[in-house]
Design a binder for this molecule. Sequence first.
Ligand code: UT7
Length: 320
Amino acid sequence: MSFTILGTGMAVPKYSMTNDEMSKIVDTSDEWIRTRTGIQQRRICTTETITDLTVEASLKALDEAKVDPKELDLIICATLRGEYITPSQACVIQSKIGAVCPAFDVNAACSGFVYALDVADSFFSSGKVKKVLVVGFENLSNITNWEDRSTCVLFGDGGGAVVLGEGDDLLSIHTTAKGNPDVLYAPHGENCSPFYKHESEKPHIHMNGNEVYKFAVTSMVRGIRKAVKDAGLTMEDVTYVVPHQANLRIIDAAAERLGAVPRENYLCNIQNYGNTSAGCMPIVLDEANKAGKFKKGDIIAMCAFGGGLTTGSCVIRWGK
Ligand code: UT7
């Protein structure tokens, strides 16, 4: 026995920053960003905190699922940087929504949401839980180097949540890691120890975009093929693909290689939100769910890739 999705929710900051506004900060243009990435705008936190937004997304998902926070057996939050170093963001969410269950964070960068689903699956399979809240959220604007045009145009803040209940709608799930702290990383930042002999770095995201691009296309094709095969299905059975929202060109290239699923069934909202890392997938799921796109029995293949380097792919049957 594993899980089924009972409800979804999302939350993004109010401020939507356009490419034209970005071009006032760094040497870039709307044309470059649109044609190279597909991004038109991204949401950036101004007054909101990651706690405000993760709690908002969680409450929306619980509301749709008709699950009281006290019924939750576990909260997992996928994020690479919550409100505090400790407590975990999941514990902060637990206290704000009035839940009483265990809670912890998972850090697998952009693949974090799928990693968190994988952990949830293990808890369901071992019979330890009946209701789980999984949140994927990122506040990347606070670790973005706003002077580096090759990265600052890509990222945004936001995320979402799903409430999981017992069921058999997770058909397959697969995660990978290929440790490589050179091509995509963000250091901690200041080290407070008076004894530490190295210079402090700002906690900025560093990325070799071309290297990650190649990894991304290969990973998406490989990850989706494996998840679909492990589910005992073929690409022809897949109704929708929910890809990580890093770059429309990555999604186009993977869609062309995978075939079978029409390009319009690759659900994309990178135009509006940029890359929100672990937040991407739950936002896409919630927008499609609330728009009434998913029908009971639809087969949804999901694939994420990112820092680590990590990947996560899964196939879920829509059960609502
Ligand atoms: O979710 C985490 C995973 N992340 C990803 O999957 C990101 C994967 N990588 C990418 O999506 C792409 O590699 C980027 C969007 C980051 C870069 O696109 P690209 O087509 O690979 O561009 P490039 O890095 O090869 O740069 C091409 C040119 C360079 O100028 P020169 O050397 O040809 O004169 C860059 O300096 O574009 C320049 N450039 C820019 N120009 C205007 C780089 N960033 C910008 C910018 N505006 N924002």
